[in-house]
Design a protein around this ligand. Structure first.
Ligand code: UDP
Ligand code: MG
Length: 139
């Protein structure tokens, strides 16, 4: 069964959307197998977003994602990686369909409320950055 990492970003936390976002994903059939609240430090943020290191938005992205607490969660399900990406909607909320999390709650391309792994390989790496094996449940 596939697993994927989800982060409820600081903009969503500030707006009291953590429960709504987690509940939506549970309601769409994804199984919650790990969850914690934390504030990412610079090193974790730079590792998590390493593929974007050379992008013009990298510095701002690291500042944003470390600006407040987040909720990190692992969801499991059949084709969970692509299914969660679909539930999240496009990176830019202006282009995301209504009914998707970013389409309904995102404010702009940076403050887009949620992160989700983009491939099975990335998901495995990202999950390991946030969770130990003992923190991921099988039930
Ligand atoms: N981002 C940004 N400016 C951009 C593109 C992306 O601030 O022009 C941020 C945005 O928060 C996005 C994250 O960088 O979610 C990672 O970008 P990616 O292209 O991987 O989008 P995602 O996988 O999150 O949809
Ligand atoms: Mg991405």
């Amino acid at each position: 069964m596939e697993q994927s990492l989800i982060l409820v970003k600081p903009d969503a936390m500030e707006r009291g959307l953590a429960g709504t976002i987690i509940a939506r994903l549970e309601g769409q059939g994804f199984k919650l197998v790990a969850m914690k609240m934390l504030r990412m430090d610079r090193l974790l943020a730079e590792r998590h977003y390493d593929v974007h290191r050379d992008k013009p938005f990298f510095k701002g992205l690291v500042e944003f994602i470390t600006s407040g607490p987040i909720v990190a969660a692992v969801f499991e399900g059949e084709n969970a990686v692509s299914g969660l990406r679909k539930a999240m909607g496009s990176t830019d909320p202006a282009k995301a369909a209504k009914g998707t999390i970013r389409g309904d709650f995102g404010q702009n391309i940076e403050r887009n409320v949620i992160h989700g792994s983009d491939s099975v390989e990335t998901a495995e790496k990202e999950i390991r950055l946030f969770f130990s094996g003992a923190e991921i449940f099988s039930y």
